[in-house]
Design a protein around this ligand. Structure first.
Ligand code: BG6
Length: 492
C-alpha cells in the first residue's frame, strides 16, 4: 500500500510571469518578460525592442541578442501574454479556495521582483506589492497551505536589464539580497520555504529571460551565473539569520538524459550534457566549483570578477534542499537519427520507446525515480519535485468540464515512479507540486493552448475569454489522491 511520508507537501506550482498578470497595476513596473510576444510550437516567442532613432525590431528569445542602443519596448501590433496571464492578481481568493478544495498542503508561486522593487535597485520597497503577497499568504495560512516562494522566476526587472545589463553586473547581488531580506522579514512566520532562482541552469541558454542580459559574450553568461550563485548563498544566509526555520532551496531544470546508443562518443556527449547543468548544483548545493569548470575558465583565459568572500559564502551557505523541474527525459547521440522536438538542444533525438505530447515532450513512466536517484546519489540533500505535469490542448466540453484522462494517466505514472524512489530507494522527498495546477501561459511558446492545469481557465491564445475557472477530471483525481496521501495509486 503506497504510504507517502506523513508531512509530504502535495500541491501545485505557478510563476508570476505566467499566472499573475496585472503587469502595470499596484505600482509594479515591467520585467524583461513583459516584452516577450506570443509564439507557437513552430514559431519561437520574440523579445521586441526599439532604438533611439525610433526603429523597431524583435529577437528570438533564446538564440539572439539585443544590439548596442536597442532596448526592450512594446510594439502596438503585438500581443504580450504575461501582461494579463491568467490573472491571479484579481482571482487570488477564488484560486486559493480551489487549492483548499484540492487539499493542497503547498502552493508554489513566485514573487514578481518588480512588484516589490519596481526598478530592481530601489532603496524602498513598494508597499502595495508587499501587501498583495501578504494577503495571499494569509489566505493560504487560513487553509493550512504552505507557500513555496520562488524569488526570481524568469522576470528580472527590465530597468536592471537596461541600466546594468542584468546579472552580468555584480551589483545585482546586493540588489537581490535587499529584495530577499525585505520579503523574508515581511513574511516571517507566513513563508517557510523559498527557492532563489528558477531553473538557474537555463541561464546558459536564455541570457535575456533568466538573467536579464540584453547582450552578452559566453564569458558574460559565466559571470552572470557566478553572480546568481553568490546571490543565492546570500539569500540562504539572510534566511537563516531572519528565521532559522526558513529553508531555502536551489531549483534546477533536470530531466534525465539517455545516450541513444552505446557508442562511447555518445557516452562522452552525455557526460558533457550532464555536467553542463549539474555544475550549478555542485556549487549551489555542494558548495564548490567543480575542477573541470575552473579548468574551462582557465583555458579560455577567463577570470571571474570574484572575491575570496564569494567562495566562503558558497561553502557556508549552500542550499538547504534541491528542487527540480522534470517533465520527461531526452535522448542524445552523435549519430544521425530522427529528431523529436524541433526546439530541443542540438543532438537531441526521438526516443523510440516513449510517447510524446503534441510539443514533442516525452512521457516517460520511470523518469522521476531515475532523476531522484541520480540527484540524491550525488548531493545527499532532501529533494523536492517542484514541476512535473502534462501540457495538452484540452477542450472544454459542453458540460463545462475537461475530460483529461490522458493527464490522469500521466500523473499516475509519474507519481508511482516518485513513490518507488521513496519506498524502494529511501530517498527523502519533501513534496510534489504539479506544474501549472491551473492553466497558465506557456513559458516556451506563450500559448494558452498548451495547458497543464487541473483547472481550466477560459482564455485563448490571444488573451480573449471570460477567465472563468472550470474543474477538469484530473481535479477530482488529484483531490482524492491527496486525501488518501497517495494510497489510491495502489488501486490503479
Ligand atoms: C519550466 C519552467 O521550464 O517548464 C516553467 O520553469 C514552464 O516556467 C515549464 O512553464 C513548462 O514549459 P512550457 O514551455 O510548456 O510552459
Amino acid at each position: 500500500m503506497p504510504e507517502f511520508p506523513e508531512n509530504f507537501l502535495w500541491g501545485g506550482a505557478t510563476a508570476a510571469c505566467q499566472y499573475e498578470g496585472a503587469w502595470n497595476e499596484g505600482g509594479r513596473k515591467p520585467s524583461c518578460y513583459d516584452y516577450l510576444t506570443n509564439g507557437s510550437h513552430q514559431k519561437m516567442r520574440t523579445a521586441t525592442w526599439k532604438d533611439s532613432e525610433g526603429r523597431e525590431g524583435f529577437y528570438n528569445q533564446y538564440f539572439e541578442q539585443f544590439e548596442e542602443g536597442q532596448i526592450p519596448a512594446l510594439h502596438l501590433d503585438r500581443y504580450y501574454p504575461s501582461h494579463q496571464s491568467t490573472d491571479f492578481y484579481h482571482h487570488w481568493k477564488e484560486d486559493i479556495a480551489l487549492m483548499a478544495e484540492l487539499g493542497f498542503k503547498c502552493f508554489r508561486l513566485s514573487i514578481s521582483w518588480s512588484r516589490i522593487f519596481p526598478e530592481g535597485d530601489d532603496m524602498k520597497p513598494n508597499e502595495e506589492g508587499l501587501q498583495f503577497y501578504e494577503n495571499v499568504f494569509k489566505e493560504c495560512s487560513k487553509y493550512g497551505i504552505e507557500p513555496l516562494v520562488t524569488l526570481q522566476h524568469f522576470d528580472v526587472p527590465v530597468s536592471l536589464a537596461i541600466r546594468y545589463n542584468g546579472w552580468a553586473d555584480r551589483r545585482l547581488i546586493d540588489f537581490f539580497e535587499r529584495y530577499a531580506r525585505t520579503v523574508m522579514e515581511r513574511y516571517k512566520g507566513l513563508v517557510k520555504y523559498y527557492l532563489t532562482f528558477n531553473e538557474i541552469n537555463s541561464l546558459e541558454h536564455t541570457g535575456y529571460v533568466t538573467g536579464g542580459l540584453l547582450h552578452h559574450t559566453k564569458e558574460d553568461l559565466w559571470q552572470a551565473a557566478h553572480n546568481q550563485l553568490v546571490a543565492s548563498a546570500k539569500a540562504v544566509k539572510a534566511a537563516h539569520e531572519i528565521d532559522p526555520a526558513i529553508m531555502v532551496g536551489m531549483m534546477l531544470a533536470y530531466e534525465p538524459i539517455y545516450a541513444a546508443t552505446c557508442d562511447p562518443k555518445d557516452q562522452l556527449l552525455l557526460m558533457e550534457r550532464n555536467r553542463s547543468r549539474l555544475w550549478f548544483a555542485d556549487v549551489q548545493v555542494g558548495g564548490f566549483y567543480p575542477a573541470w569548470r575552473k579548468r574551462l575558465y582557465q583555458k579560455h583565459g577567463f577570470q571571474l570578477n570574484d572575491t575570496p568572500e564569494d567562495y566562503e559564502l558558497l561553502q557556508d551557505y549552500s542550499a538547504d534542499f534541491l528542487s527540480f523541474s522534470c517533465y520527461g527525459s531526452s535522448a542524445v547521440t552523435t549519430h544521425e537519427m530522427e529528431v523529436g522536438n524541433a526546439n530541443a538542444m542540438p543532438n537531441t533525438v526521438k526516443n523510440p520507446y516513449l510517447e510524446t505530447n503534441a510539443w514533442g515532450w516525452s512521457i516517460d513512466p520511470d523518469v522521476l525515480r531515475i532523476a531522484l536517484n541520480q540527484l540524491y546519489d550525488r548531493y545527499h540533500k532532501p529533494l523536492w519535485v517542484v514541476e512535473n505535469g502534462l501540457g495538452w490542448s484540452d477542450e472544454l466540453s459542453e458540460d463545462r468540464h475537461v475530460h483529461d484522462s490522458y493527464r490522469i494517466s500521466y500523473l499516475k505514472k509519474n507519481l508511482s515512479s516518485l513513490y518507488q524512489a521513496i519506498d524502494e530507494d529511501a530517498i527523502p522527498v519533501l513534496g510534489y507540486t504539479v506544474w501549472g495546477w491551473i492553466d497558465l501561459v506557456s513559458a516556451g511558446t506563450g500559448e494558452m493552448k498548451k495547458r497543464y492545469g487541473l483547472v481550466y481557465v477560459d482564455m485563448d491564445d490571444l488573451g480573449q475569454g471570460t477567465l472563468n475557472r472550470y474543474r477538469k477530471d484530473s481535479f477530482d483525481w488529484y483531490r482524492d489522491l491527496i486525501a488518501s496521501n497517495g494510497k489510491i495509486l495502489d488501486n490503479e
